[in-house]
Structures are given as structure tokens and as C-alpha cells.
Design a protein around this ligand. Sequence first.
Ligand code: DO4
Ligand code: MG
Length: 289
Amino acid sequence: MAALWRVHTPQGERLARGPAASGPKELLAPDLGVDDLLRGEASLAGLDELPAHGTLTSDASVLAPLGGQDVWAAGVTYLRSRDARLEESDQLDAYDRVYDAERPEIFFKAAADRVRGPGEPVGVRSDSEWDVPEPELGVVADATGSIVAYVIGNDVSSRSIEGENPLYLPQAKVYTGSCAIGPCLVPLAEAPPWYELEISLRVNRDGRAVFDDTVQVRELKRSPQELVSWLFAGMDFPVGVVLLTGTAIVPPSGFTLSPGDEVRIAIHGLGALENPVEQVGTTRERVRP
Ligand code: DO4
Ligand code: MG
């Protein structure tokens, strides 16, 4: 059951292969990158057949399993998410309509080089009062628009900024540390079908769980392939792309992430993604019109 890992070794960055549950074991060719496997020349489906180029030493650390893949995200794809947006916003209509509409909500989330990997901090904005992790199934599409792997993603978001006005969505969703991906890419053939996956979230504060919840991905309103086909309807992705498929876990309204919290997202078969939380941006005086 091999998954694709990206690791930092004393000799530099390398791809590696190993089970999602127990980590990278074998290094792959030094000149092989994630882009090569998603561009269509070599394929992630043949991961098990790629020649090994050494074993991993204990001083290797795990990186976000991406090359040049940007991250996009779909929203309001679960009933729970639609209800949460209706609660936080007085622009009721937009969220109700997009849940039922033919065209899904899809937004740009993070440029490839801004994605945080396992163990790296995710951010809460200095000008936001209400922040949440959004644990999501990420699907990895190759250059042809076929889903070739699954991965865990965190669409960290500001609910106070999003709730104030839907036009503030880019500020609520795209900022330093707002996206974490990892720990590895699990090829489709190695993963359970998406509708059998279960997503768990736990937030620890001072070593104690302050929030945890679990949801079933089968509650997703649209299939991952449908979401990907909308993404490719207007854009090409020569080295593939990651699409987060939306959240169904929304902590109660009294909950906000705080710097120092530890976020753990697990999906059986895809491993676990853990990130501490830090404050990002510079505090500014709030000037209201
Ligand atoms: O418009 C809000 C985005 C909602 C979202 O990110 C989600 O449902 O996961
Ligand atoms: Mg989301």
C-alpha cells in the first residue's frame, strides 16, 4: 500500500514511497518530482513499479507532497457547511442558492509555494476574531483532469471576515498559512473509494482536546469528479492541481482557533495531517467607515 511522500534529506529534497499509515520508506530517483507524475509522462498509478534509490534515514523530514500544484477549493458542498454560512452571514440567499445550483462554488486557495506541510504552522489572521480549521478531502487531478490521488487538506478560514460580506471571501480564505496539505498523496488504486472515507478533526490546546468531530465523506452533495470537471471547465493545469472538496465539520460558534493550538486531521487510509497554529500578519487599528 504505497503512497507518495516528499521529504527533506541531508542531500536535498526527494520523493519517497511508503504506507500512508507509517511513513516514507524508500527514496525514489533524485531527478523525479511530483510534476513529472502528474504531467502525464510517468504516472502516479505506477508508483509501486518505480525503482527505489535508497532507504530513508531518520534525519529526513516530511514536506507538503506537492511540486507546482496550486490548491483550489470548493465550498458549501455539505449541508452542514451551508447551514454554518447561513448562521454567520446575513447574505442568506447566496449560500442557499449555491448549495442547490448546478455550478458549484470554487475558489483559489493557495499557490503551490505557499502550502504548508505536516508540522508546519497554519495561520490565523491578526485582523480576524473567529477562525476555524476546515478539514477536507483533497483530490489530486493530473493534467488531463483525471483524479489520480487523494490527500488531506486544511482550508483554514476566518469566519468573522467571511460572515461580514461574501465579497471578503478572498481575505477570509487566502492568507499566510491558510492552507495545509499532507502528509502524502495516496494513489486512487491504493485508497478506499471516496464515499467510504471518514474525516476526523481534533484541536488540542495545552495538551487537551478542545474540539473533536468526525464526518462521512458520502454526505458530499457532488462527486469529486464533478467538482474537478467544473475546475477544468475554465482553466488548464499543465502539472495538475489539488482541489479541496469542502468541509462538513464546523465547530460551534463559541469556538475559535488560537495561536498555540495543535490541529490534527485524519482520514483512514490517507494518514494524518498535524499542524500547530500561529498568528500571521501585522495587527492594525480597526478603522470603520
Ligand atoms: O463560501 C464559503 C466557503 C465554504 C467552504 O470553504 C466550505 O464549505 O468548505
Ligand atoms: Mg472549505
